[in-house]
Design a protein around this ligand. Structure first.
Ligand SMILES: Cc1cc2nc3c(=O)[nH]c(=O)nc-3n(C[C@H](O)[C@H](O)[C@H](O)COP(=O)(O)O)c2cc1C
Length: 161
């Protein structure tokens, strides 16, 4: 069985997940998606979905087993992760079989925090902005070792290797 990992990571969070996958299947990897049986498709989250580049990649895949993974800034909500997964899954052609998915939180650039702080200075009572700032701090340590271990366990359950 051949495995191909296709992903985009701008600041390195999604790459951390991709590296867990690449390490797990080191002797089964191919760089050519055409000759892969299983494609691991990963993206950072851009405006609530796969990045533009990964959307294009997703739409091209035909007849493969596909595992979707990604990181996003907003954590703490399983529903949000599920929604992101469903949006990514909807990009795939019906000839593919989705075999699993994994999302976790990923740290965001400092510029995001600066924007929150600025907006809180303007509107100190803004509860949504307060929650966003708390979420920013929470995200700073992710993906952490626990996130990576959880992915690794999920891969073991797939029994591909
Ligand atoms: C332009 C931009 C848009 C983003 N949009 C979202 C979003 O809609 N939802 C979310 O949860 N995180 C969003 N994020 C946060 C990133 O998806 C998150 O930090 C991710 O872990 C980055 O992954 P990477 O390090 O692999 O690039 C956004 C980040 C940027 C820079």
């Amino acid at each position: 069985m051949r495995i191909c990992v296709i992903y985009e990571s701008v600041t390195g969070n999604t790459r951390m997940l991709a590296e867990v996958i690449q390490k797990k299947y080191a002797d089964m990897l191919t760089e050519n998606p055409q000759e892969a049986d299983v494609i691991f498709l990963g993206s950072w989250t851009d405006k609530g979905s796969f990045s533009e580049k990964m959307r294009e990649q997703a739409e091209k895949i035909r007849g493969k087993k596909v595992f979707i993974f990604g990181t996003c800034g907003f954590g703490g909500s399983r529903e949000y992760y599920e929604r992101l997964f469903e949006r990514a899954a909807a990009l795939l052609d019906g000839s593919n079989e989705i075999i699993g998915h994994y999302y976790c939180q990923g740290k965001m650039p400092l510029s995001v925090k600066e924007r929150y702080v600025f907006m809180l200075q303007e509107h100190p009572e803004d509860k949504r902005m307060q929650a966003s700032l708390e979420n920013f701090e929470e995200a700073l340590t992710h993906p952490d070792q626990k996130d990576l271990d959880r992915l690794s366990e999920l891969l073991d359950e797939l029994k591909l290797a």
